[in-house]
Design a protein around this ligand. Structure first.
Ligand code: FAD
Length: 397
């Protein structure tokens, strides 16, 4: 079997690379500090707008929405190239990756005019209000209440883990609008102005890095939200959770596959460093065995990703997405832990880091960061439940 793209797709790749060579911000700008996933410095707004105008922001969408009607294979190439080069499309990923597609699919023409284009052009930044203290994996248990009162809703409740909320202009917020029906049936989605009276976004620095405070608790106290800010139909918000979270899922594995490959390259390069016994790590039998095993895992991840993608292109269900999320995030975590353990206490030393992976920091820092990949978008345990039930046909626990 040979896996390769056709000539038309390779021409698409060449055009993208040539455009990026000419227009992408330099590396020091791309890596300049920012404070959260809704903090949009001027260069990031300019960059996203440039992508939008050139049709490289969402290539699968039509030109008026920042795309070029790219085929599924072309979109795949696009995500591969952007990941290979570590070039972000947007510095507000929840806005571009989740909220813009939800507005496109469920928004009225007025809502699209008001929010979709400004989101694509990085004129506004968003946060996503789904999780609550008692509703994470079991999102349908959410309790934030919205009561329709004349021409507006009154919202009361609390969200948590809301990335970038303290910098966001708007929140796509999941609320309970009917408490008297089964829990999946009484949920709606409201677009809430984060500057409204009664909205209090509190970042919690204890759990994040001091210079990148992304997590927030958000409290809503008698917040008035105009009726026209209801996205989709009243009490039909659950369907929107499935649509919102489903966007781009088919391509997400590329991130894991490339991160694992980069971490593996760093591990191989680490082999020349002396281990705790003074000999180069690569002379140690266990180190060699583990590196070889991780190489096999990296190849398996890539091939499984292509298999899922090929099913997706033919319109078939692709349970690989849960396998890829689970295997990708956990392989990365195991690899980083092994790299850290191999070095003993040197793992804490940023100088001992080896070649660049995707962020600065020691191996142990990278390992701690990797936990964030195993939680959002469905934790590892939830992915295992999905695989057990939907892939293997086991009964619900
Ligand atoms: C980096 C990051 C960014 C995030 N950004 C946002 C955001 O912008 N907006 C937002 O709304 N949320 C956000 N979240 C929150 C995220 O969606 C939740 O953390 C996630 O859904 C898990 O919910 P929870 O934390 O409440 O854990 P819980 O659901 O309480 O789970 C706790 C533990 O129990 C396990 N568990 C739960 N249910 C089951 C089950 N049925 N079977 C087996 N095990 C189970 C879980 O796997 C986990 O180990 C973010 C999280 C992270 C890590």
């Amino acid at each position: 079997m040979r896996l390769r793209y056709g000539d038309a797709e390779e021409a698409f790749r060449a055009e993208l690379i040539a455009w990026l060579d000419e227009h992408a911000p330099p590396r020091d700008v791309l890596e300049s500090p920012r404070q959260s996933s809704a903090d949009l410095p001027d260069w990031a707004r300019d960059w996203q707008r440039k992508l939008f105008e050139a049709g490289w922001l969402v290539p699968g969408w039509p030109p008026e929405l920042g795309g070029r009607n790219a085929t599924a294979s072309e979109q795949m190439i696009y995500f591969e190239v952007m990941k290979q080069r570590e070039i972000p499309r947007s510095l507000n990923p929840q806005g571009l990756g989740i909220i813009a597609p939800s507005l496109r699919d469920a928004g009225t023409p007025e809502q699209q005019e008001r929010w979709l284009l400004p989101t694509l052009r990085a004129e506004v930044a968003w946060c996503l209000g789904m999780s609550e203290p008692g509703a994470g994996s079991d999102l349908a248990s959410l309790k934030t209440r919205a009561v329709l009162d004349g021409d507006h809703f009154v919202v009361n409740g609390q969200k948590v883990w809301t990335s970038g909320a303290h910098h966001a202009d708007w929140c796509m917020c999941f609320v309970r609008t009917d408490p008297d029906v089964p829990k999946h049936k009484g949920i709606s989605v409201l677009i809430i102005d984060m500057q409204s009276a009664g909205v209090d976004a509190r970042p919690f620095p204890e759990l994040t890095e001091p210079d990148y405070m992304d997590f927030n608790e958000v409290f809503f106290t008698d917040v008035s939200v105009p009726k026209e800010h209801l996205l989709g139909d009243l009490n039909q918000g659950w369907a929107l959770t499935q649509v919102s979270l489903g966007h781009e899922r088919a391509m997400l594995w590329i991130d894991y596959a490339y991160d694992v490959q980069r971490a593996l390259d760093a591990l191989v390069a680490l082999g020349v460093q002396p281990g705790p016994d003074g000999r180069p790590l690569r002379e140690d039998a266990r180190f060699r065995d583990e590196v070889a095993a991780f190489h096999v895992d990296a190849q398996a991840l890539m091939l499984m990703g292509y298999r899922g993608f090929s099913k997706f292109m033919r319109g078939r269900a692709a349970p690989e997405h849960s396998l890829l999320k689970l295997f990708g995030s956990e392989t990365l975590q195991r690899l980083l832990l092994f790299g850290a353990e191999s070095q003993g206490v040197d793992a804490l030393d940023t100088e001992h880091y080896g070649p660049r992976m995707w962020r600065e920091g020691s191996w142990i820092t990278q390992y701690f960061r990797s936990f964030s990949g195993t939680i959002p978008g469905g934790t590892s345990e939830i992915q295992r439940n999905i695989i057990a039930e939907r892939v293997l046909g086991l009964p619900r626990a």
